[in-house]
Write a protein that binds this ligand. Structure first.
Ligand code: SF4
Ligand code: SF4
Length: 125
């Protein structure tokens, strides 16, 4: 994992405490997937959500720490495809307006695109 100086997510966590994080139930451990069932809640016939993100205000039960300061996903290696596919803005050069929206909900500014893309880290891990 990259350090906090190059991985903005380690001092953010806003998306884990803003959106409903839902995914196909087949990603849970009990049916051969990786996501611990105890950290999920059913939200439809074929979908579950990370526990705590199905309510408002939302906060994933797997998130440790303080939003906008220092956070950690306690099931990082077992997180869902939804979590894996959500990228911080400008990772791999792509803007993610949903990242901006989550950060804004916590009073955090949007991430800036790198001034020198050729020198920026290729991806947040
Ligand atoms: S499982 Fe981890 S990455 Fe996914 S929403 Fe929860 S804390 Fe965030
Ligand atoms: S993806 Fe964006 S909103 Fe989510 S933790 Fe990283 S910087 Fe924050």
């Amino acid at each position: 994992m990259l350090s906090a100086s190059v991985n903005p997510c380690l001092s953010c966590g806003a998306c884990c405490a803003h959106f409903r994080v839902s995914f196909f139930w087949g990603e849970c451990v009990s049916v051969g997937g990786a996501v611990p069932d105890a950290l999920t809640v059913p939200v439809g016939p074929y979908h579950v959500a990370m526990l705590g993100t199905e309510t408002r205000p939302a906060r994933c039960a797997g998130l440790l720490g303080d939003i906008g300061a220092a956070v950690r996903c306690t099931l990082y290696a077992q997180r869902s495809s939804t979590c894996r596919e959500f990228e911080a803005s400008w990772v791999d050069g792509q803007h993610n307006p949903h990242c901006d929206a989550a950060r804004a909900a916590y009073g955090l500014p949007p991430l800036n695109p790198p001034l020198r893309p050729d020198l920026s880290p290729g991806r947040v891990a």
